[in-house]
Design a protein around this ligand. Sequence first.
Ligand SMILES: Nc1ncnc2c1ncn2[C@@H]1O[C@H](COP(=O)(O)OP(=O)(O)OP(=O)(O)O)[C@@H](O)[C@H]1O
Length: 316
Amino acid sequence: MSTPTTSSSPVEFSHVSKWYGDTVALSDVSFALRPGVTGLLGHNGAGKSTSLSLLAGYTGPSQGSVRVLGKDPRTDPSVHEQLGVVPDGDGLWPFLTARQTVEMLASQRRVKDPAAAAVTALERVGLTGSADRKVNGFSKGMRQRVKLAQALAHDPQVLILDEPLNGLDPAQRRADVELIRRLGGEGRTVLVSSHVLTEVERMADRLLVVVNGRLVAEGTGAGIRDLMTDRPRSIRIRTPAARELGGRLLAEGVVHGVEIEEDVLVVQTLQALALAGRLPRLARELDVLVHRVEPQGEDLESVFSALTSSARGVGR
Ligand SMILES: Nc1ncnc2c1ncn2[C@@H]1O[C@H](COP(=O)(O)OP(=O)(O)OP(=O)(O)O)[C@@H](O)[C@H]1O
């Protein structure tokens, strides 16, 4: 990886809007990335792929400006010598081997020794043993790895990864989360999109949250979660002492509603963090077991609708 060529942020979106006919995919989005991993979090159709396509130069903004290493990725092809992209779609040639696929891209990126670059990149993604097999017979997870190796082959300073964990099994996910973290730790600027909060949190130190084409929040995973703590939540607690615990939590005012179904206590609270602190202490005081605590409705839609209403003006 060569030294940064610009003193400003490696990646900048400035008042970017993008529309397709009547569809507004992005509306007045501004952010600047720094080295390390940033997560772009959003529900389906939020505008993640559009943002990444703009950064990759696949399309241009309707308004505003996009800069990668100070250059316009749409009009300045030299950006691609320092930019690696894992796109949303597959786009791999089925009749080429993994090695040929990666070498081909490395040549296009004017790498001095494409064969050596392919060896290194395939090793980084754990595909050395399958390097000479045709991509055609690869699983979804292996294909994702080939795409990642392609993106890494020219040792780029900036990496744009569109949902790179899609289609991977849990072990592959863990390995790729580690790899992506290491890439950020090496000083690269990595933007990785996802619609799963817990997943993107593990990869990224910083998150950008897009909802319906707008950037509604940015910050650490913990900071984003904090934005949600004062919203109503429903939490399911599996315990043989559901009645006893529910009564105490209600009496103490930590929850404002309880429902009991055999050994399951479902509580309504506006103070999820206070509850998280109080519950284990209360269980010890009452000498009762708590087997499992799980928030309900923690799907991204509910997170996002909470963020949209509470995070306006935060980080914008
Ligand atoms: N080429 C296109 N033509 C027309 N509309 C488009 C096009 N690309 C995206 N859109 C629309 O723009 C909006 C944002 O789409 P985008 O693909 O960026 O979202 P996303 O967050 O990546 O979603 P997903 O997770 O489903 O890929 C959507 O309403 C989508 O239908």
